[in-house]
Write a protein that binds this ligand. Structure first.
Ligand SMILES: *[C@@H]1O[C@H](CO)[C@@H](O)[C@H](O)[C@H]1NC(C)=O
Ligand SMILES: *[C@@H]1O[C@H](CO)[C@@H](O)[C@H](O)[C@H]1NC(C)=O
Ligand SMILES: *[C@@H]1O[C@H](CO)[C@@H](O)[C@H](O)[C@H]1NC(C)=O
Ligand SMILES: *[C@@H]1O[C@H](CO)[C@@H](O)[C@H](O)[C@H]1NC(C)=O
Ligand SMILES: *[C@@H]1O[C@H](CO)[C@@H](O)[C@H](O)[C@H]1NC(C)=O
Ligand SMILES: *[C@@H]1O[C@H](CO)[C@@H](O)[C@H](O)[C@H]1NC(C)=O
Length: 457
């Protein structure tokens, strides 16, 4: 990695000279704004002190601007996909110095768009628009504006814009979560309820304090689990829906960009993994691991994969404790060919990463490094199905497998938590109709509950 870092620096230096010209030509975009143009709109809306800030650029240092120009020149973020879609906002986030907007578009990298700003009443703040460049793909960064509560984008300065989106507050001095997880969008026919609970409880035991979920498609039954965790404040849920169909892997690329922006200034460390994957550290505390690796220069830690053969689908419905115990993925499967770097996943410092992708960061901010962790310290247990995969069924047949269960103590604690949670969500207690006071239904002229109950679940 040290070699990569040096090579990166040299490349950067080479490109600096080439891009100095470009930089000064583009200077207006990065540094100048006509402050008198931005009129005081605050008489209509209450503007809290934190939002009385105006910035003139999206990058605060020379090195950041240079890195960005270099990544653009090297075309490090290009999808060229879905070129018939119109631009719709996916997410919008306000940070201490700038704003990021994530878009559904996957064909607009390096194109110019105007950032548009709106006050609390969705009135455009006059003279506030600013022309930026989509980069990385599906993301545009914009400067801050006083009193901006909503944002949108447009191709031309005075053109129509998609429905403005409320800015999500990410104006934190220090991230409020030490470690959080971005979960790849949920799709597909396999029942998810037990997996979601096991996923969340496992990673809470490892030290995760927040989960960012994106939903592609999920059954009502499985959705109850997400609703429960969301009600408790354990997770943030974003539903991906719009008029344009696209294959799920195209959505995953958008989810990665949106979740990267969602996690900035909110979670110091953020992992990008799937619902069938579990991060597992030696002593069961990921924060200990992260602290031991953190030398303040690390922006990314790549984790080796432990593929574990998963032979069956999860059960459709909750039944009882015995079933949950038996069907928990970590209790049911533990056969693996051993650690591998094929399709590894990463934990990142979101603010230190310029471009994120599914398996690793593509571009790091200047001065930061990426490292690969040893499988004795951390692995990603991937409960990889051997059937109806999009690619490579029966992958287990090509390997010699050996058992590698979770530590006994961790496992029994996890089983207890998963059972308690699923029971509390799915086990319903029926009402005895004759215990309902007569006045409750008679006064409303409702039917006798012993004849017709009017149940709500
Ligand atoms: C700034 O904007 C105001 C109002 O639109 C205009 O009168 C003024 O000339 C502008 N100043 C510069 C330096 O462009
Ligand atoms: C904006 O207007 C409000 C009310 O008229 C005033 O109290 C406030 O000081 C003004 N802010 C700025 C930055 O001019
Ligand atoms: C973009 O759309 C046009 C038709 O509108 C099509 O001809 C072209 O091949 C598309 N480009 C890509 C890269 O898909
Ligand atoms: C969405 O999920 C439900 C429940 O699993 C399934 O019945 C339905 O076919 C799915 N729809 C699509 C478009 O995948
Ligand atoms: C990595 O995975 C790909 C696709 O899943 C497979 O074709 C390839 O053989 C794997 N490589 C190794 C070294 O296992
Ligand atoms: C329902 O409540 C009544 C009155 O309290 C009681 O007599 C009856 O046994 C209860 N029925 C059931 C099935 O619990």
């Amino acid at each position: 990695m040290a070699i990569f870092f040096t090579a990166y620096r040299i490349l950067l230096l080479v490109f600096i000279s080439i891009f100095c010209l470009n930089y000064f030509w583009n200077q207006d975009k990065f540094h100048s704004i006509n402050h008198t143009q931005v009129t005081n709109q605050t008489n209509k809306c209450y503007v809290p002190e934190w939002n009385q800030l105006e910035t003139s650029s999206i990058t605060n240092t020379f090195w950041n601007s240079m890195s960005r120009l270099l990544w653009m020149a090297l075309d490090l973020s290009k999808e060229n996909n879905q070129n018939y879609t119109s631009v719709v906002l996916i997410g919008a986030y306000v940070y201490p110095e700038y704003i990021s907007i994530t878009l559904n578009s996957q064909y607009m990298v390096k194109q110019r768009l105007y950032c548009r700003y709106f006050d609390c009443k969705k009135q455009e703040i006059s003279g506030s628009s600013w022309q930026g460049i989509v980069f990385p793909e599906s993301v545009i960064h914009c400067p801050r504006r006083i009193g901006a509560e909503f944002v949108s984008v447009s191709k031309y300065k005075t053109e129509d814009f998609p429905n403005p989106m409320r800015l999500k507050f990410r104006n934190f001095e220090k991230p409020i979560h030490e470690f959080a997880i971005c979960v790849a969008p949920l799709y597909g026919q396999e029942p998810k309820w037990i997996q979601i609970v096991e996923f969340i409880e496992h990673h809470k035991m490892e030290g995760a304090t927040l989960f960012y979920f994106h939903i592609g498609n999920i059954s009502d039954y499985d959705r109850k689990v997400l609703d429960e965790y969301e009600n408790n404040g354990d997770i943030e849920v974003k539903v991906l829906q719009e008029k344009y169909e696209r294959p799920f892997y195209a959505w995953q690329l958008i989810e990665i960009q949106d979740c990267h922006m969602r996690a900035k200034y909110h979670s110091k460390w953020t992992a990008f993994i799937d619902i069938d994957e579990r991060i597992s550290t030696q002593n069961g505390r990921i924060s200990d691991f992260l602290n031991s690796e953190d030398n303040r220069k690390v922006a990314e830690i790549q984790m080796p994969i432990l593929n574990i053969a998963k032979y069956e689908d999860a059960p459709m419905w909750y039944q009882n404790e015995g079933q949950v115990r038996r069907e928990m993925i970590s209790n049911k499967y533990d056969k693996t060919p051993g650690p591998s770097w094929n399709a590894s996943k990463a934990i990142i410092r979101p603010e230190k990463i310029g471009i994120m992708s599914i398996h690793y960061a593509i571009a790091l901010e200047h001065g930061y490094v990426s490292l690969r962790s040893d499988s004795s310290k951390i692995v990603l247990r991937h409960y990889r199905s051997t059937q109806h995969r999009e690619n490579l069924n029966d992958w287990d047949k090509e390997h010699t497998l050996f058992g590698s269960p979770l530590p006994q103590e961790f496992s029994s604690e996890l089983t207890k938590k998963v059972f308690e949670k699923t029971k509390s969500i799915y086990e319903k207690v029926p009402v005895n109709c004759s215990t309902i006071p007569e006045d409750m239904w008679k006064s409303r002229q409702f039917p006798d509950p012993c004849q017709r109950m009017l149940l709500t679940w």
